[in-house]
Design a protein around this ligand. Structure first.
Ligand code: GLP
Length: 243
């Protein structure tokens, strides 16, 4: 794995946006795997800037998002569909037909997940997957102790994840208890993976995931096995990381 440690959140966002920009320039029909959460927002801002300055063209790009809450309609401001449109898709020239996200309102989990896995396969697989990291080491919504062999599935969110994400809802009772997520297998199948981590509060998670053994109790640790994995983090997140 390659580790890039930068001064702060802004620099992390810039470095990540530049990796994406290089990928899109070299392969204009790149299949992107995209993430939500607070961490990638700065990177999305940069990408919008690059598009507005004429540096990037998303017209042939396909995207697949990692996850979506179950039960939230697309126009709910807390849905990941809304988040992605608000932070990125509404501001660039990606074609709406090329945007893929789980349908949070689909009750048939088998159908929702099989169709998603098939769509990724039909697109030729993910070229570049962007990831954030949960405080408990989760990637997408793959909570601790998820089997590494799983592809897309529906998950029960753990208490710690519900609590971490409640800041974005009116109160904790509004946070959905289940979500659809790509599995670790989908993530590990991506040709290239870039994880962004920022802040002191993730320092222990980074240490456990990347200085420790590969264990399902820390899902992000599996990334140590990927042959093209880059971790971009700020100094605060790297403060417990041993090189
Ligand atoms: C959520 C998302 C993850 C994200 C994580 C960290 O649970 N499902 O994909 O990486 O939170 O979010 P943040 O970047 O806000 O810390």
């Amino acid at each position: 794995m390659k580790v890039i440690i930068v001064e702060d959140y802004d620099k992390m966002s810039e470095v990540a946006a530049d990796i994406l920009a290089k990928q899109i320039t070299e392969k204009p029909n790149t299949v992107l795997g995209l993430a939500t959460g607070s961490t990638p927002i700065g990177m999305y801002k940069k990408l919008v800037e690059y598009y507005q300055n004429g540096k990037l063209n998303f017209s042939e790009i396909k995207s697949f998002n990692l996850d979506e809450y179950c039960g939230l309609p697309k126009d709910n401001v807390q849905s990941y569909w809304y988040f992605m449109h608000d932070n990125l898709f509404n501001h660039i020239n990606i074609k709406s037909d090329n945007v893929n996200m789980f349908d949070g309102e689909e009750n048939d989990a088998k159908k929702a997940c099989e169709e998603y896995d098939m769509a990724i396969e039909k697109a030729g697989g993910i070229d570049l997957q962007i990831l954030g990291c949960g405080h408990n080491g989760h990637i997408a919504f793959n909570e601790p102790s998820t089997e590494f062999s799983k592809s897309s599935h529906r998950v029960e969110l753990q208490e710690s994840t519900i609590n971490a994400n409640k800041r974005l809802f009116a109160d904790v009772s509004q946070v959905p208890k289940t979500s659809y997520t790509m599995g670790i297998k989908n993530i590990m199948n991506a040709k290239k993976i870039v994880m962004l981590v920022s802040g002191e509060d993730k320092a222990l998670t980074v240490h456990q995931a990347f200085n420790g053994p590969i264990v399902s109790t820390v899902p992000a640790s599996v990334l140590q096995l990927h042959n093209d994995f880059t971790l971009v983090m700020d100094k605060a997140a790297a403060s417990k990381y041993v090189k």
